[in-house]
Design a protein around this ligand. Structure first.
Ligand code: FM0
Length: 319
């Protein structure tokens, strides 16, 4: 029996990944750029042995079906021949707010599974491996600000996370307004596929990503919150607009999300500096300076249908 553990933090994209050019290898149509977060992480232990079947226990609950099958397929990339795996994973989020992240999950799994197999992979190799569990996971290998280079190669060798500024580079805050949960109608995977194949806005999205990435890199290098916030907010809203134009159309925006967006814009107009982003779910996140985090916390907590507001800083890479 051999066993290893790992911890990986969640990340939030500042310039979004939306669309795959290769679904099997999780190769993106566009580059993306994220901030790894300190407060939200997953710890995973992988133990190889000669059991009858793989097992997956997530937050103390035995999993089967698609979740187990996906993890088993992922482990086939690194497991020692003939061995079965016992995977125990815990999501560390302040409450059961539905923030369990596939990014931190597959980053932690990639590291624990390869270590337990006796493989000493480099960070870039771990990033490529994590990518093949969930695309955004390739960014959670690294701390701080991380770019996922789209890459050009068909085998994905050049498509992995690249650290562009460490955790200590810039002490910003990302507030997460956790909104009332609604069942997720469309997975990211299906949503991306539908958008790429049918949305007339998708070519416009793609055409704008490289200049967004360049603007985000420059803003991070100079710690320019207004420049980074402006491009971050635009990237998120453009991404959500592509989905509304897909066929059949869909959206992750809920009435409470729109109320939060309006509240962020109103607060900014009134002089509180911060910018919003949203992912494939209803929650609204705000990027701001550390000194403004308490005011944003109060602003977001006062909104209807807010379950709680989390406040995160830049986080570390996998350990
Ligand atoms: O994180 O189909 O990684 O760049 O969060 O597993 O590769 O869950 F806002 C959407 C994340 C997409 C943007 O997609 O998809 C981002 C998103 P997978 P993910």
């Amino acid at each position: 029996m051999s066993s290893a553990s790992a911890r990986a933090h969640a990340n939030i994209a500042l310039v979004k990944y939306w669309g795959k050019r290769d679904e099997a290898l999780f190769l993106p149509t566009n580059g993306s750029l994220s901030l790894t977060l300190d407060g939200l992480y997953t710890t995973t232990t992988v133990t190889y042995g000669d059991g009858a079947a793989d097992r997956l226990v997530l937050d103390g609950v035995e999993q089967g079906g698609d979740a187990l099958a996906k993890v088993s397929r992922f482990l086939d990339r690194v497991r020692p021949d003939g061995l079965r795996a016992f995977v125990e994973s815990e999501n560390h989020v302040p409450t059961a707010a539905g923030l369990a992240s596939s990014a931190s999950a597959f980053a932690a799994l990639a590291v624990a599974a390869s270590r337990a197999a006796g493989l000493a992979l480099t960070p870039d190799e771990l990033s490529r491996l994590a990518r093949q569990g969930s695309g955004s996971a390739c960014r959670s290998i690294y701390g701080g600000f991380v770019e996922w280079r789209r890459g050009e190669r068909a085998d994905g060798a050049d498509s992995h996370g690249v650290p562009i500024a460490p955790q200590a580079h810039w002490d910003v805050r990302m507030l997460v307004a956790v909104l009332v949960k609604a069942p997720k109608a469309v997975s990211s995977r299906e949503g991306m596929r539908r958008t790429v194949q049918t949305s007339p806005f998708y070519p416009g999205w793609l055409a704008s990503v490289d200049s967004d990435l360049a603007a985000a890199r420059a803003a991070i290098a100079t710690r320019d919150l207004d420049a980074l916030g402006t491009v971050m907010e635009a990237s998120a809203l453009k991404m959500h607009a592509t989905m509304l134009a897909a066929q059949p159309p869909f959206t992750y925006l809920r009435p409470a999300s729109l109320a939060a967006i309006q509240a962020v814009w109103d607060a900014r107009a009134a002089g509180l500096n911060g910018y919003l982003t949203m992912d494939a779910g209803p929650n609204v996140k705000v990027l701001c300076a550390a000194a403004d985090a308490p005011a944003w916390q109060a602003c977001l907590a006062a909104l209807p249908d807010v379950v709680e507001v989390l406040c995160c800083g830049p986080g570390p890479g996998v350990a």
